[in-house]
Design a binder for this molecule. Structure first.
Ligand code: TXA
Ligand code: MG
Length: 330
């Protein structure tokens, strides 16, 4: 199948969605792989294309004027204020579901994750289709999420008919997933809308940490994710990273170091991927650099950033998971 990349083929996208196909589209966080959330067959296609575990539910995407009450059963008092403050934007809210979309979307859970993306491309697509669109990140399961149309093409070229290209995703990491089924909202996945930002509006905000052996509330947390295709190792300091670099080079390998700007300054002369200096910059660059690193390196060496403020909780979560696999053979 030919994969078309287009900036404005919204009517064509609608045609494909109504025919049960999956269409990739830009959002302000990462690219999504969308299909009609009301069709079992279309939703199944997403799981098959991605190789996604069948117990990892999908987020439903709607345009800003879509009537949310068609999809959800209960709206806690704090939710309206959160929507007012952050939507459209990188916040996914989990509500009790009315069961109006395919049961495959939530993998049997009684809740539904709903997102209203801010991206103009995403909004134009969702408005044209005027259906709830189930969409995970448009990467093969376990691989690094895509932040350009080319990244999507690299994973799905020839397998999907259309990528709606809105340029590079300015956010760079996936939306914050917020459980809105309880008295106090609870973050299930950290993102650019932070705990502090939510607590300021809702009065309080919890962060969910699955206890050992417990089935996580957000099944995606338990799965391997964001993995570069090359060997990786994670270091606590620039000195440790330099030593790894030397060892790999001595063996004839081609190591690359991925680190925040302050560490990069102390490692001049080494092959580097500079994440930048602040939380938003690091979020925006992370996935593109991981994808660049896996193409050129035999060993990708990550360094723990010293910055921890703002949206760093989300960045650190992705970074730790990208480097979670033990380095082998070093
Ligand atoms: O920014 C984003 O959220 C991107 C763009 C495309 O919108 N989408 C995205 O989807 O990251 P995905 O499928 O890669 O991640 C969805 C996350 C998973 O961790 C999943 O477990 C969680 O949301 N999730 C979905 N439905 C849920 C539900 N009903 N209850 C709890 N967690 C849910
Ligand atoms: Mg994903």
């Amino acid at each position: 199948m030919e994969t078309k990349i287009s900036k404005r083929a919204f009517s064509l996208a609608k045609k494909y969605i109504l025919a049960g196909e999956a269409v990739a589209f830009h959002t302000e966080t990462v690219y999504g792989l969308g299909a009609n959330a009301c069709s079992d067959e279309a939703v199944r296609k997403i799981f098959t294309l991605k190789g996604r575990p069948s117990d990892n539910p999908l987020i439903v995407h709607i345009h800003r004027d879509y009537d949310l009450s068609r999809l959800i059963d209960f709206d806690p008092p704090y939710a309206a204020a959160l929507r007012q403050a952050f939507l459209p934007g990188p916040l996914t809210m989990v509500y009790p579901s009315k069961g109006k979309v395919s049961s495959l979307v939530s993998c049997g859970l009684e809740t539904l994750a709903v997102r209203v993306p801010a991206s103009r491309t995403a909004q134009a697509f969702l408005r044209t289709v005027d259906l709830p669109i189930a969409a995970p990140s448009a990467n093969r399961s376990k691989h690094v999420s895509p932040v350009t149309a080319q990244h999507v093409f690299d994973d799905f070229g020839g397998e999907i008919p259309l990528i709606l290209d809105g340029g590079a995703c300015e956010g760079g990491i996936e939306s914050t997933v917020l459980d809105c089924t309880g008295e106090i909202p609870q973050i299930l996945r950290e993102g650019l809308v932070t705990r502090e930002m939510i607590a300021k509006i809702a009065g309080d905000c919890l962060v969910y940490l699955p206890r050992k052996g417990e089935k996580p509330k957000s099944p995606g947390i338990a799965h391997a994710h964001y993995m570069p295709k090359c060997r990786t190792v994670f270091c606590r300091s620039a000195e440790e990273a330099a030593a790894c670099f030397e060892r790999e080079s001595a063996k004839g390998g081609k190591p690359v170091i991925l680190c925040e700007h302050a560490a990069a300054e102390t490692l001049r002369g080494y092959r580097l991927l500079d994440l930048g200096a602040d939380d938003l910059e690091m979020a925006a660059r992370l996935y593109a650099l991981l994808r660049e690193g896996e193409k050129t390196a035999t060993l990708l060496i990550g360094i723990e950033p010293k910055k921890k403020d703002g949206a760093m909780a989300g960045v650190l979560n992705r970074l730790h998971r990208a480097f979670a696999t033990e380095e082998n053979g070093n």
